[in-house]
Design a protein around this ligand. Sequence first.
Ligand SMILES: [Zn+2]
Length: 447
Amino acid sequence: MLTKAIEAIERALLKLEPQRSMRLINLSPPWAVEKIRRARFQRTLRLAAERSPFYRSQFRKRNIDVARIEHPSQLGDFYTTGEDLRSYGARAFLTGRPDTAFETTGTTSPIPKRVFFSNHELEEMGRCSALALYRLGLRPEDRVFSAYDSSFWVSPVVLKMAVQFLKCFHVEAGKIQPLEFYERARPYQPNVIFGEPSWLLRLSEIAKQRGTWGTKFLFGGGENMTEEAREFVEHVWAAPLYLTYGQTESFGTLGVECQFKEGYHRNDLFFFFEIPEVDAEGYGELVYTTLGRDVMPLIRYRSSDLTKIVDDPCPCGFFVGRLAKIRARCDEVVVCGMGNVGPWVFDEILRDVNGSAPDWQAIVRHGEQRDVVELHLEADNHAHADELEATVLRHLRDRFPDFWKNHEMKLYDLRLTTSPPGTLRNGRKLRRVVDQRQMQASPRKNS
Ligand SMILES: [Zn+2]
């Protein structure tokens, strides 16, 4: 009886119009939502154990009886990694017949990870994203333009499904030059614009000079953004910029910001989230398990992203907990003479230094006597290198006393180089902290 009621809620949540679905979520008691999650997890686990060669052999090797498992944390040391997807191949994970596939390369390997999906999953994820966008204020009368990169990337497809459910006017521009986008979009006066954060920033620089139009909000996905860059975009358009967090492997949205922009509200209906090992501040690698996938479920997938699970209530009142802003890719955290450093350190050092230029790269390499941290910045030609360096050092001293102390003790050298705007990035993603010492120390594997 109870199971039947739970299943009815589950079906209704994913089938109703967004506004009614939202009301139902708010009315459902938390224990009912938890029941739905557990039932979805057990379905996923059974499917994986029965049909996927990868999971079947891994569970057998570890003597895991899936009938006894109620939560991913009971799977002990079993995890799925991006490397597993690459080395076993996506087909080893399949539990059903796929309708489509997307790819992601990330920043560590040129070999793409291939991820397969069904149209049914696409529809469910589209509905779920529609709910999130509805909460942010998207309504049928809005005119949505997207400049998401449509080449093998999942986000534009999920977005298309979502706006279809919300019945908005929608144009997919593709990731074209921001200036071309600006000129071609302008006659339509889109009041909601989607794009990657670095692209939205360039668009806003153009709009600042040429003029804006009435905008409800902007929405960025696919990479991180500094708060400084966000403020610039919001100021130009006089509208909020919201960020989403997701991966191609997860089929898009793992979490979305609310109007308070203090972390991403988790998509708990579609994922179990864990951070098995945390540091003193509660940060660690995010691990997630898909709950709604029937073609290529991911069980305890290591995201490689460093974040924290936040269960304190959010001022917006939504009962779903959050993930903190992603600090870094795990492989971007480097232990060197400076200390344990990652992208958030350099973001903070460069705050108020470089205008709104989003791109920088830190390279750590062996110097003659100590580690050298080379900070490559994009700056206009007329920027004075000496002044820049003085400001960077001042910020290092004021904002990171420990790293400054190590600098004073000459545990590392910090060097600054500048290059013209737009030169650091040559792919969709820029690896921000690169540890070249590993490359110097170990012979190349595949040569
Ligand atoms: Zn909130």
